[in-house]
Design a protein. Structure first.
Length: 297
């Protein structure tokens, strides 16, 4: 389409379309959110939540439109069979860059319910987008270091309760609760600082997934374990906008929620926390090996 244009010009067009898309759809979301805020009734939420989801899905479809217009990406995707838009999913993926969000939304939009991400609390102040995430009931998380939590143990309980309240809203209509288990984007510096035992991943943090399973485990159809690989190197956001994301490999595995993780309370049961940690580490070992194999293709 516009692939013949110089990369900077493609980037300018993509950026303009991205911003125009945000400014068109977000006000519509905020109108619905205002009604839910003023009339906090279950019936109102049941009526307006699907409207908010429809707006968000149209927004994502428009993002896919400008991506198709300005990019010539080769997509190598497997594992999308059997997905349903009327079920609940727990989506977990590795995290490398901002393009990950667009990749997941582009591939999964309307194939499964709207992806709702765990977001750092401070991101609520991002202009316009913070309001959009709030309107869509994205769970905002305060991520504290273990050292801080040891000094302020009461904060752990507050964070867990906030997560439970957010997940309770997701039981009303089909939702895809989405989590990056690494908690932050992979960089070589973070990898070295963590002394991560994985070659291509940071250490997994099971807490967010565990609390979602505790709150909604009986609702989830499956865990969708998503692996994203950029064979030509992890793209910076500017490079992505300029259409330089040439190849993306995505593998999706539909996994059952292990039965032994459904019983108990993660916040108070040390044995369950250990079980979740062991499960996450095994999942990450498999994902790390898969990434290594895909990079050799």
């Amino acid at each position: 389409m516009l692939f013949w244009l110089p990369a900077p010009l493609r980037g300018l067009i993509a950026t303009a379309l991205l911003i125009a898309n945000i400014l068109f759809w977000v006000p519509l979301l905020l109108v619905c959110a205002a009604f839910k805020l003023v009339l906090p009734l279950r019936a109102v939420r049941l009526a307006l939540d699907p409207v908010c989801v429809g707006i968000a899905e149209a927004w994502i479809a428009c993002n896919s439109g400008w991506m198709a217009l300005t990019q010539r990406t080769e997509w190598d995707v497997q594992g999308m069979e059997g997905l349903a838009p009327d079920q609940w999913y727990l989506v977990n993926a590795n995290h490398q860059c901002a393009a990950d969000i667009f990749v997941l939304q582009h591939l999964l939009n309307r194939r499964i319910p709207l992806l709702k991400f765990f977001i750092k609390q401070q991101l609520i102040w991002v202009p316009v987008m913070g309001l959009a995430w709030w309107a869509l009931d994205f769970p905002f998380m305060r991520r504290h270091s273990e050292a801080y939590l040891k000094k302020h143990p009461d904060m752990r309980a507050k964070d867990q309760e906030a997560t439970r309240r957010a997940c309770a809203k997701f039981t009303l209509i089909p939702t895809s609760v989405t989590n990056f288990m690494e908690g932050t984007r992979f960089t070589p510096a973070k990898h070295a600082r963590q002394q991560s035992p994985y070659r291509h991943l940071l250490k997994p943090k099971a807490g967010g997934v565990a609390l979602a399973i505790n709150a909604m485990g009986n609702k989830f159809q499956a865990i969708l374990d998503v692996t994203i690989v950029y064979p030509d190197g992890i793209p910076h956001f500017s490079s992505f906008l300029c259409g330089n994301m040439r190849r993306v490999i995505v593998r999706v595995r539909s996994l059952p929620i292990p039965a032994h993780l459904l019983a108990g309370d993660y916040s108070t049961d040390p044995a369950l926390r250990e079980a979740f940690s062991a499960w996450a580490q095994q999942l990450w070992q498999d994902k790390d090996a898969q990434i290594g194999a895909l990079l050799k293709k």
